[in-house]
Write a new protein. Structure first.
Ligand code: F6R
Length: 614
């Protein structure tokens, strides 16, 4: 987590860095800071958001600096506070650092530095790192680039760092291990950032540093890249990236989350466009086509992911087992990586991740590779660490998702998963032509159907008004709708701070039913495919305990309607696609409830979009 930005060139650095930090606030927003150098270095930092940093900067001279570093933080070591905010400065005041990641062995390094007379004012691991760099620089008589390289060889953990030393006023040193770092190359100017969004209006020429790579970026000597481990010079791989400014701005919506909910028709279209050919019964996902033998002969699939992406993995379990008859296990990446999982050569591991940077998922990918699995990534962010680390994969093409709560990332992950399920079923001869045709035809109808569902946002708003003060919510579903229920509950709790649980509907009587009374709203996904009669019985059980029932039903349903306090209709689709449609009203319900409770939906407390710490 945390976002870092840097600039060195001819422009006024302050506005470039502030704008860049605002674009990276999805990575963390509990404190922010900046180092500017224009003859002398000054550091400004504060608890709070980038707008708080701007207020602070308005009382200081910030114009005229042509070199700067900035940081927006998601706290790991030390509470959010002014003193723990980055940039951190070495004891001499000469070296500044911004850091995204965790230095795991900071305590032992701190002890050595303390014995050598260094003092510390913050609780952070980063302040230890900047002083280690200073200690090496002074004790070994080396320049800042070499001091960074030697220091990093003593560090255990993860980092993307940018370092500035007033004694080398025309240079910024950057390095990466585990956390992402992109460098934008302009004409006689360079931009540094955790992703490319802070610099897309200036340049599309980008270098994504790989693990164990560092660079010395110099106003005079240009860009030089080295290996952190051996120090040898490396040739940079410059890519032309395609990212439009329009896509990362709010475009007239009040919040990114609402914009992203409304983007789903197009996002889903972009996901299957050029890959799904209904009449020909053809699916062309190059990451599968290039490895047909792997998928044809696979004996089992393990899916690793976190949060919403894990819910998408659960849908994949139902679909792959049903359509392709492949046993599937879905694991929390954080549990998988610390067990000793049985993964054999020939196994396929699928990692699902919007950001492609989630630390636990990335570590699970590396572990699976070590154990000989073929690893396939379903990612949204192009060029992200997981996308690069996997053997092959499929991008979701959802476009940038800025709101912390995942919306279009989820439904586009499900779109990729549906296409994969169909293709694997076809490849292994386990899906009939009729079933393939039915699912494919329904899939291409989704953008239009979601567009229509979004027109009923006011109906959902009215339901939100009635339940916005509830203390708890229960979400129930069966079969494919069980993961959809989990996702609905996660959406509500993360942005409205209402306690919400998702359950398989039948499991309710094994415990959660004890919670039900007239104050408990229960959201039931009760569409007509799958286990309809069973879920109707579950609703009866809830009704007889006086809960308030909000049901998501198939258009035209009568039985559930009579049992429910509120009914939201979705069009009839094949069972595997119901989670995509049922997610839309559930996203809107969470959004409106959170807004009515005065919550910051795009930046909910304690969360960050990209969880690059474990
Ligand atoms: C929930 C949410 C998180 C993420 C999780 C994994 O709305 O956004 O639960 O799904 O942190 O993130 P990715 O998909 O980037 O690996």
């Amino acid at each position: 987590m945390c976002g870092i930005v840097g600039y060195i060139g001819q422009r006024d650095a302050y506005p470039v860095i502030i704008k860049g930090l605002k674009r990276l606030e999805y990575r963390g927003y509990d404190s922010a800071g900046i180092t500017l150098f224009g003859g002398a270095a000054h550091v400004l930092k504060t608890k709070g958001k980038v707008t708080d940093l701007e207020k602070l900067a308005s009382t200081h001279a910030s114009a005229g600096a042509t070199l700067g570093l900035g940081h927006t933080r998601w706290a790991t070591h030390g509470v959010p506070s002014d003193v723990n905010a980055h940039p951190h400065t070495s004891n001499s005041g000469k070296i500044s650092i911004v850091h995204n990641g965790i230095i795991e062995n900071y305590a032992s390094i701190k002890k050595i530095l303390t014995e050598n007379g260094f003092t510390f004012s913050s609780d952070t691991d980063t302040e230890v790192l900047v002083n280690l760099i200073e200690y090496i620089k002074l004790s070994q008589g080396v320049k800042i680039g070499e001091a960074v390289q030697i220091s990093l060889s003593q560090v255990v953990g993860a980092y993307a760092i940018a370092v500035f030393d007033v004694e080398r006023p025309n240079e910024i040193v950057v390095a990466k291990l585990g956390s992402p770092l992109a460098i934008g190359i302009g004409k006689d100017e360079y931009f540094i950032a955790s992703d490319a969004s802070p610099f897309i209006e200036y340049t599309n020429r980008t270098i994504y540093l790989e693990d164990n790579e560092m660079a010395v970026i110099s106003r005079k000597k240009g860009f030089r890249m080295y290996s952190i481990v051996g120090g040898e010079a490396l040739t940079p791989n410059i890519q032309e990236i395609q990212l439009s400014l329009e896509k990362i701005e709010k475009g007239g919506f009040e919040h990114f989350m609402l914009k992203e909910i409304h983007e789903q028709p197009n996002a889903i279209l972009d996901t299957f466009r050029g890959r799904l050919f209904v009449e020909e019964q053809q699916i062309n996902i190059s990451g599968i086509e290039q490895h047909l033998d792997v998928f044809k002969n696979v004996d089992r699939i393990t899916i690793v992911a976190c949060g919403t992406s894990w819910h998408a993995g659960l849908v994949a379990e139902y679909l792959f087992e049903d359509a392709a008859r492949i046993p599937v296990e879905v694991e929390y990446a954080s549990e998988f990586r610390y067990r000793n999982p049985v993964i054999n050569k020939g196994d396929v591991v699928i990692a699902i991740s919007q950001s492609g940077e989630t630390a636990d998922t990335l570590a699970a990918v590396k572990l699976a590779k070590e154990k000989g699995a073929f690893v396939f990534g379903i990612c949204n962010v192009v060029g992200s660490s997981i996308a690069r680390e996997t053997h092959s994969g499929a991008y979701t093409h959802a476009g940038p998702e800025i709101g912390v709560a995942s919306t279009k990332a989820f439904t586009t992950q499900l779109t990729v998963i549906t296409m994969m399920g169909l293709r694997l079923g076809q490849l292994r001869g386990t899906i009939s032509k009729e079933a393939f045709d039915r699912v494919a035809r329904h899939l291409v109808e989704l953008p239009k159907q979601i567009g229509n569902l979004l027109k009923f946002a006011n109906q959902i708003k009215a339901i939100a008004e009635e339940y916005k003060d509830a203390a708890n919510f229960l979400y129930l579903g069966r079969g494919y709708n069980f993961p959809a229920a989990l996702e609905g509950a996660l959406k509500l709790k993360e942005i409205s701070y209402i306690h919400a649980e998702g359950y398989p509907a039948a499991e309710m009587k094994h415990g959660p039913i004890a919670l039900i009374d007239e104050n408990m709203p229960v959201v039931v996904i009760a569409t007509n495919k799958g286990h309809y009669e069973k879920i109707v019985s579950n609703i009866q059980e809830i009704k007889s305990r006086n809960a308030k029932i909000i049901s998501i039903v198939t258009k035209g349903d009568e039985s559930v309607k009579t049992l429910s306090d509120h009914v939201i209709e979705i069009p009839e689709v094949t069972e595997a696609l119901v989670p995509i449609l049922s997610s839309i009203p559930l996203q809107l319900l969470s959004y409106y409830i959170a807004i009515m409770r005065g919550c910051n939906v795009d930046q909910p407390r304690n969360l960050a979009k990209s969880v690059t710490v474990e």
